[in-house]
Structures are given as C-alpha cells and as structure tokens.
Design a protein around this ligand. Structure first.
Ligand code: ATP
Ligand code: MG
Length: 287
C-alpha cells in the first residue's frame, strides 16, 4: 500500500542522472499541512521504459518504504503514474549518495566513517526485527543528509535508500554485476532471500566506507566476478585488523555463520578510533 500522488502536485526541476533501472530527478511536491499549502523538494525516480514489466516490484519497493518508518531509512511519499511513466516520489537528501561523496575526496575522519557504519547497522537492526530483507545495500544507496563537521563535533547523518527492483526479478547478468555486494547464495538461488544476504552486503559496504569510495573489484568483467565467488575469494583486507575481521565475518560464504545485527553493532562499538590512530602512527614511524 502506498499513496498515489497526482501528477499536478509534482514539478520536475533537473536531472540528477541514472539509476540501475531509473532516471533520477530533483523535483518539487506541493502539499497541504494543517490547511496550509507548502512546497517541498523531492527526488523523483522514473522507471525506465525498457523495464516496464518490473513495475510491480518497483511499486513494492515504494510500498515497503512508505509503510516503515525509521530515522535512517529514506521516506517514500508514494507513487505517481503519468502517461506511461511510473514515478517513485521520495525524500530528497541534500548531499546525495555516499559513494560519490567519498569519491569526490572529502576528507572524513575514521570516527566519521564509524558513525556512518553504526547508523547503517542501526537501520539493519530495525529491518531484521521486522524480518524485512532489503537486498540492495551498498554505499551508493546510503544518502548523506548531514555532512557533519569535525571541528564542532557534529556527526554525519545517513539514510538508507529503497531497494529498487527485487533481486528475485533480476536476471543473472545483473546479479553478477552486483558482485561483490550481492551475497553468493543469491546467485545460486535468487528466489529464497534470507536476512543473511543483507549482512554480506553490509560487509561490502563497510569495506567501501573505509576505502574512501573505492569500487571493490573494479575492472573485473562478469566472468571474473563470478570466479571470485566460485573460488571463495575475499576483498583486500584493510590494515585495521579488527575492522578487517568484522568485514570477513559479515562476508562469510556460509550465510548462517554471519553475525546478527546486534553483534555487528557491538563490534562496531568496540572499534575504537584511537587503536586505528596508534596503528597508523606505528606504520609511519617504521618508514
Ligand atoms: P538502485 O535501485 O540500483 O539503487 P536507483 O534507481 O536507486 O538504483 P541510484 O543509482 O541508487 O538509482 O541513484 C542515482 C543517483 O541519484 C545517486 O547517485 C544519487 O546521487 C542520487 N539520489 C538517489 N536517491 C536520492 C535521494 N533520495 N536524494 C538525493 N539524491 C539521490
Ligand atoms: Mg538507489
């Protein structure tokens, strides 16, 4: 269930690029609050015409996100259907996707990254308690609502985006392209998604956050990506041992051995940035 939004309430302002199966725009939505008219910025996701057959799954993602509410989950206003366009209307998040933010070379501290990781884990606890599989967790789907400021001690604030078209609907090629985010067992059997698949993706996302927006397995073609899983390989270990261990536990090829979200949070809380700083101080003094 979701709200149908009349097309007249919406205004499209500028293109922000493309998603996997969507074109993405900044727009505005008119509304009424306490009898007063107001206008708010929104993000419009228009489903590609060559993926029209996936509209039900696309609407399901919108429906899911509009039924649940959590501070670290994106708010979806509803769906608008205009002519042959299916449009998801969601909250516009000011600083955009986290992968791009990190790639632009913003210098962020280790504690900043840890805070982002904890907020994502917090959203995952919420989903786990509700028994909801997200299925598309990655740095690209973390949106930065607040940058945070190191000097004033103001922390960043992220929101997890909608999962988009379900993994169940995607072809093998798309799934292979999502290696190393998609859990290995999904490639074997995409019909049966368990909560554990999100733990794997959390591990990959943690790797991305701490690698400064590097793309894991960049440059590998689909066949090479598949081989990576077939051979049971791991991403390069970050030099912070405790962090690397946590990533490894999440990216366990045996889904039932991945940690619960509560364990993940506990481990994140145990990652003290001063350990990391000591490690690096030791590293530099050896050179
Ligand atoms: P997928 O389902 O694979 O995640 P998508 O349709 O969600 O695909 P993305 O690639 O995730 O599309 O997003 C495209 C770009 O749009 C992002 O890089 C980001 O910059 C921007 N974007 C997405 N959602 C928002 C939002 N709610 N607020 C602001 N910018 C957004
Ligand atoms: Mg997305």
């Amino acid at each position: 269930q979701f709200q149908m939004i009349r097309h007249e309430e919406l205004e499209c302002l500028e293109s922000l690029g493309q998603g996997s199966f969507t074109r993405v725009f900044l727009g505005r939505k008119k509304g009424l609050r306490d009898g007063e008219g107001y206008v708010t910025n929104v993000l419009l996701k228009v489903l590609d015409s060559n993926h029209k057959n996936c509209w039900e799954s696309f609407f399901e993602a919108a429906s899911l996100m509009s039924q649940i509410s959590h501070k670290h989950l994106i708010h979806v206003y509803g769906i608008s259907v205009h002519q042959s366009n299916n449009i998801m209307v969601q909250e516009f998040v000011k600083f955009g996707a986290l992968d791009l933010y990190l790639k632009r070379g913003h210098s962020v501290s280790v504690s900043w990254k840890l805070e982002v990781a904890k907020q994502l884990a917090c959203a995952l606890i919420f989903l786990e308690e509700k028994n909801i599989v997200h299925g598309n967790i990655c740095a690209k789907n973390l949106l930065l609502a607040r940058e945070g400021d190191q000097t004033s001690g103001n922390s960043p604030f992220i929101k997890l985006s909608d999962p988009g078209i379900s993994l169940v609907m995607l072809g093998q090629d798309v799934l292979m392209d999502r290696i190393p985010w998609v859990a290995p067992e999904v490639l074997e059997d995409p019909e049966h998604l368990e909560l554990d698949v999100d733990k794997w993706s959390f591990g990959t996302t943690l790797w991305e956050i701490f690698s400064g927006g590097k793309v894991p397995l960049q440059g590998l073609d689909l066949h090479q990506k598949l081989q990576f899983y077939k051979k049971g390989h791991w991403l390069p270990r970050p030099d912070w041992t405790e962090l690397a261990d946590l990533i490894c536990q999440c990216m366990n090829y045996q889904p039932e051995l991945r940690p619960s979200c509560r364990t993940i949070i506990r481990q994140l809380n145990g990652l003290i940035t001063s350990d990391y700083e000591i490690l690096h101080a030791a590293g530099t003094s050896l050179n």
